[in-house]
Design a protein around this ligand. Structure first.
Ligand code: SF4
Length: 382
């Protein structure tokens, strides 16, 4: 086969990058397809076999992202083409390269087995913070102990459960089998699902010890989601002990500093109570990722939502090591939210208005100090 023009292959032990005239293709150390990147779109494949297409849409000076899961037939086509192109490039540039055999092992059919294998290890990983997609997720709990916030659909499919030590040991064995050599590509451990800090302290400390021992090379850091209304069950000494044991970062669904909006959304606890919880976490040493929901509640709440959230943020001693995540509101499939908006004669925001809200929040937080980052939940793929 002759040399292809405008193509290149960068081969490392843990990843393969192929550059064709139209796109970049990436494969992991086992030869599984990771992503294809074109000028204005990306296809990413998750550990569970889901494939997400992200398109950049330009409207005048503005750009939007459109997200869509690929259908089964589209997945098959995308994978078949990716492998064919990558193998052609390698044959042309590096005949005899061991990566060729690695890629030839895979096909859309062979990769379909990942979906069932994933389901044997995990309940769906409903959401992760955007900087945790490369962590090793360990589901030490299932679901959320509250599960009733009006805007949140993440865990409505499951009952809250804290794994026993035996269940955790079994989960760890399953995770090791599932990842195999791919464990080396994971950085840090994320404790799912909703809120690991709700686990009684001694049990949580023992769980952290086990995970550190079992995943010594990955357990460089631990992080989790937390809610702000259950922290009263933990003393400051307990929080410090958990921090010292390695759980050092928490992502907090603060959502809003407006009590009126919190009530509307059925979010437990007042904004002042949430601020107290965050101040306690900072005092115990934790790094915080504070998640806010621009656009939720629509027009009737918009100004209070922004202003009272800005006021609340001023009370929390966040530093440059912390982060604020702006998560553009996405209407949940739970119909209660829309019903309550309509029933109250309120106006929900359109997609464009939510984009405008996010922009407005960003402007107000421009000189804030901690990193302010977008957190589009549609982008989540593990
Ligand atoms: S937003 Fe958080 S606390 Fe509320 S239901 Fe969802 S996971 Fe639970």
């Amino acid at each position: 086969m002759g040399m292809l023009l405008g193509v290149s292959a960068r081969r490392e032990s843990h990843v393969l990058h192929i550059h064709t005239p139209e796109s970049f293709l990436h494969f992991d150390r086992t030869g599984r397809f990771l992503r294809r990147i074109w000028a204005d779109q990306v296809i990413r494949r998750g550990l569970d076999g889901r494939m997400l297409l992200v398109k950049i849409i330009r409207h005048g000076t503005k750009t939007y992202r459109n997200y869509r899961d690929l259908e089964e037939t589209e997945k098959e086509t995308a994978l078949t083409e990716a492998y064919r192109e990558a193998i052609n490039v390698l044959h042309s540039l590096h005949p005899g390269d061991p990566w060729i055999e690695t890629l030839e092992h895979w096909s859309a059919v062979a990769l379909a087995g990942d979906e069932q294998a994933f389901q044997r290890v995990y309940l769906p990983i409903s959401i992760l913070p955007p900087d945790q997609y490369h962590s090793l997720v360990i589901q030490i709990t299932h679901g959320c102990s509250y599960n009733e916030c009006l805007f949140c659909d993440f865990y409505r499919d499951r009952k809250f459960h804290i794994k026993s030590m035996e269940e955790l040991q079994g989960h760890i064995r399953d995770i090791k089998d599932f990842f195999g050599e791919r464990l080396a590509d994971r950085h840090g451990i994320f404790l799912a699902d909703g809120n690991a800090l709700i686990i009684p302290t001694q049990r949580l400390l023992s769980m952290l010890d086990i995970m550190k021992m079992e995943f010594a090379s990955v357990a460089t850091s631990f992080s989790t989601f937390m809610d702000t209304f259950n922290l009263k069950h933990k003393s400051s000494e307990e929080l410090k002990a958990i921090y010292r044991r390695g759980l050092t970062k928490v992502y907090v669904g603060l959502e809003t500093g407006s009590d009126r909006l919190r009530d509307f959304l059925l979010k437990p606890g007042t904004a002042a109570e949430a601020a107290t919880a965050l101040i306690r976490m900072k005092a115990a040493g934790f790094g915080l990722g504070v998640i806010l929901l621009p656009g939720v509640g629509g027009r009737a709440f918009a100004d209070d939502h922004l202003q009272e959230t800005l006021d609340l943020l001023k009370e929390i001693p966040l530093t440059k090591d912390d982060a604020v995540f702006l998560s553009p509101f996405v209407e949940p499939s739970n119909p209660e939210y829309a019903r309550k908006i309509r029933g109250g004669g309120l106006a929900a925001f359109s997609q464009e208005e939510i984009e405008a809200e996010v922009f407005r929040w960003k402007q107000h937080l421009r000189d804030y100090g901690p990193r302010v980052t977008l957190y589009p939940i549609e982008e989540h793929l593990y």
